[in-house]
Design a protein around this ligand. Structure first.
Ligand code: STX
Length: 322
């Protein structure tokens, strides 16, 4: 009898609701939404979502045994239920790192496990570099270090060679004379005074990312780009961070791995990740002697892919012992 799991529900824990939710004011301008789910006395884990601008998701709770874990999530500045919506003011990597610390103190957590994929891996690593003593372990997926080469690969030329069909509408949204610098061209539109210009650009930007996130396309996932409330925050915030090189020096993470090299780290990475190619996971793993890298042979970028989800659940099931 085959035991190969076919659907996500077979590998994840059951759906649960949060036992506590709140809003934390982190500046005169920004308030962030947070929640705790699972066991209030369980091992704390902070779940750091992607994008930036992607927002937390109820399904992220299901990657943890709810009896064992105290699962903490929040929406980064400007997205999800955080306010003000899609605001780019006072919205930088350092602000997000200090929000994570503010939330940790607010919830009286001493140390926690840090779980993040994609931009969530970027922010997890930068948080850990600033506050290594707070991190019991890292569980990371789809490693993204946001270097120029990584941005260029996905938003300018690289993934376009594998997905020319999905790339065409993303490219053609921008006039020929601006196509040599697509992130800048999108940034001008995503910050336009004209709401229609902003929305149309957000839709194309988000469609490109959703179309390339999985080894096998999922129509439900593509629908995310049609949800303009989601797409506008996601596209605007991503583009704002990327045009500013995430407000840190080039290769900041790889230049600072000394600070976090003792921290037990599991990296789950799809072999066919077109958004964040496996090279970054490999380079990070080589510099973290206490890391295990699991290259998943039949997956792309998304944590919603069954083989990725399975490896992440295996990682959280064993991280609990650390
Ligand atoms: N951005 C990759 C990233 O962090 C370059 C990301 N891509 N999609 C997502 O996040 C969501 C799943 C949050 C929509």
């Amino acid at each position: 009898m085959s035991t190969i799991p076919q659907v996500l529900d077979d590998v994840l824990y059951p759906k649960i609701e949060p036992y506590l939710e709140g809003m934390l004011s982190v500046s005169d301008h920004h308030t962030i939404a947070w929640e705790c789910a699972g066991n209030p006395e369980g091992i704390p884990v902070i779940v750091i979502h992607g994008g930036p601008g992607g927002g937390s998701q109820p399904s992220y709770r299901q990657y943890f045994d709810p009896q064992k874990w105290n699962i903490i999530q929040f929406d980064q500045r400007g997205c999800g239920k955080s306010t003000p919506y899609a605001s780019l003011e006072e919205n930088t990597t350092n602000h997000l790192v200090s929000d994570i610390e503010a939330l940790r103190k607010h919830l009286n957590v001493e140390t926690w496990h840090v779980f993040g994929g994609s931009w969530g891996s970027t922010l997890s690593l930068i948080y850990g570099i600033s506050h290594p003593k707070r991190v019991r372990s890292f569980i990371l997926r789809g490693i993204f270090m946001c270097r120029r080469s990584e941005l260029n690969w996905f938003y300018q030329e690289g993934a376009s060679h594998v997905f020319p069909d999905a790339f065409e509408p993303y490219l053609n949204h921008i006039p020929k004379d601006e196509q040599h610098a697509l992130i800048s061209a999108y940034y001008r539109r995503l910050t336009s005074d004209d709401v229609e210009v902003r929305r149309n650009a957000a839709k194309e930007w988000t469609r490109w990312e959703m179309a390339t996130s999985r080894l096998l396309p999922d129509p439900e996932y593509l629908d995310k780009a049609e949800d303009l409330d989601f797409a506008v925050a996601f596209a605007r915030i991503e583009c704002h961070y990327f045009i500013n090189a995430i407000f840190v020096e080039e290769a900041y993470i790889l230049n600072n791995t000394r600070t976090i090299e003792e921290i037990p780290t599991v990296i789950v990475q799809g072999r066919y990740d077109m958004v964040c190619p496996v090279k970054s996971a490999w380079e990070l793993h080589k510099q973290l002697p206490n890391s295990n890298l699991h290259i998943i042979p039949d997956a792309g970028h998304s944590m919603g892919e069954v083989p990725i989800a399975k490896a992440l659940v295996e990682a959280t099931d064993s991280a609990e012992k650390m």
